[in-house]
Design a protein around this ligand. Structure first.
Ligand code: SF4
Length: 115
């Protein structure tokens, strides 16, 4: 669920995502949505900015930029490219590419949500 939440906040870009919209998109109640938002913030994946919206205080979530997440050698653990049989045929203008690769996308998303 956190992974999905993080993707939604990322997709919102610079305009951010109201916490209440996040709950609705995830199909969870406000308590669960709030718990997920706090967890994303504690992991450094997002920041919450207090905002008065339609007369009620809420939070807007913004994804932290990747340069704000510390990178270490451990960051590369289990990267699918290191074990991939298609690595010699992977790249721009190749049948497979990191841009289109679902395995790589899933791994990167998991790295950020488990951080
Ligand atoms: S991006 Fe995907 S297809 Fe390309 S080497 Fe990595 S895992 Fe393999």
């Amino acid at each position: 669920m956190e992974e999905e939440a993080y993707e939604l906040v990322l997709e919102a870009g610079n305009k951010g995502l109201l916490q209440s919209d996040l709950w609705k998109k995830l199909g969870v109640n406000s308590r669960e949505g709030s718990r997920i938002s706090v967890k994303l913030e504690k992991k450094g994946l997002a920041r919450r900015a207090k905002e008065l919206y339609k007369g009620r205080w809420t939070y807007r979530l913004y994804a932290n930029k990747s340069e704000e997440v510390p990178i270490t050698w451990n960051t590369l653990n289990n990267c699918p490219c290191f074990m991939c049989v298609q690595i010699t045929r992977c790249g721009t203008a190749q049948p497979t590419s990191p841009i289109k690769c679902q395995k790589l996308t899933n791994w990167i998303t998991k790295q950020f949500t488990e951080f």
